[in-house]
Design a protein around this ligand. Structure first.
Ligand code: ATR
Length: 271
């Protein structure tokens, strides 16, 4: 029998997850169906329950429900608990297991696809919202020299520093009072690109060897990636690779098989 999976969010029509998971299923010869479900803002839990009652085996959760998903899971993996957000449900043994594969997806994209190690590097993470929070622990587990978290509202970065300092060298900052140093990897985890905006950045944070990584993606390069290119940065990446890699991690959790992501990333980048 065909196993059913879905991504739930609001809005959801733009989601590439059905396309990605159906490509994984064809490649690995898994008999699954994967759909996109729009949940009204205050009906997340009932939407999840309905899908479960209909025999659904698992779900991906996207904006704006990742925090709420954390509340309704009966059990959480450590990485989901520490992120305070869930992007994957597995329905098993009559209860909801919550996991978060976003950070693992980012790390796999940077270290395996882009072949850039994080270990021993100076990292700047821009943003202190849900997207940033989800990738801090996986980044620290790679043992960077330091992880600077910069945010428009510096207090939010300070809270993250307090929470994550036990896991590695985290420093909170505002954008314009960043330590006067270059970074090896700069990750934009703000939602500024959605509004075609860019936090004001000091000029000397990039070198030509810096990796500029925007967790967002769109058909055109984001403001952040355009700005980095203007500063002479040659290594630029948008969030398509992370999107496919986090999906592959979810697929692995559900099906026990790790799909090959390379062709799918290449095809999505062409669109
Ligand atoms: P998400 O789940 O996408 O992370 P969020 O939790 O609302 O969404 O967080 C949005 C992040 O983008 C925050 O770090 C926000 O900065 P503030 O905490 O100061 O609000 C950041 N952000 C959004 N628009 C921005 C802009 N135009 N310039 C700088 N930072 C911006």
């Amino acid at each position: 029998m065909t196993d059913r999976y879905a991504v739930v969010g609001n809005p959801i029509s733009h989601s590439k997850s059905p396309q990605i998971h159906m490509a994984f299923a064809r490649q690995t010869q898994q008999d699954i169906h994967y759909e996109a479900i729009l949940a009204p803002q205050n009906e997340f839990q009932s939407t999840v329950n309905t899908f479960r009652q209909q025999g659904g085996k698992g779900m991906n959760i996207t904006v704006p429900f990742k925090q709420e998903a954390c509340q309704i899971a009966a059990s959480l993996t450590e990485r989901a608990r520490i992120a305070g957000a869930v992007n994957t449900f597995k329905f098993a043994d009559g209860h909801i297991q919550g996991d978060n594969t976003d950070g693992a997806g980012l790390i796999r994209d940077i270290t395996i696809n882009l072949k850039i190690p994080v270990t021993g590097k100076r990292i700047l993470l821009m943003g202190a919202g849900g997207a940033a929070r989800g990738v801090i622990l996986p980044l620290l587990q790679q043992h960077p020299t330091r992880l600077v978290i910069a945010n428009r509202t510096p207090q939010k970065a300070q809270l993250l520093q307090q929470q994550f300092s036990e896991f590695g060298p985290v420093i909170a900052s505002g954008y314009m009072d960043l330590p006067g140093e270059c970074f090896d990897i700069i990750i934009n985890a703000t939602s500024a690109s959605l509004n075609n905006a860019l936090p004001e950045l000091p000029s000397k944070i990039f070198t030509t060897d810096t990796l500029a990584y925007d967790m967002m993606y769109s058909t055109e390069p984001t403001r952040f990636l355009n700005y980095a290119a203007q500063q002479g940065v040659r290594h630029l990446a948008d969030g398509i690779g992370m999107l496919v890699e986090q999906a592959a991690e979810s697929f692995y959790l559900w099906r026990g098989i790790r799909p090959d992501t390379r062709n799918i990333i290449t095809n999505l980048k062409k669109i």
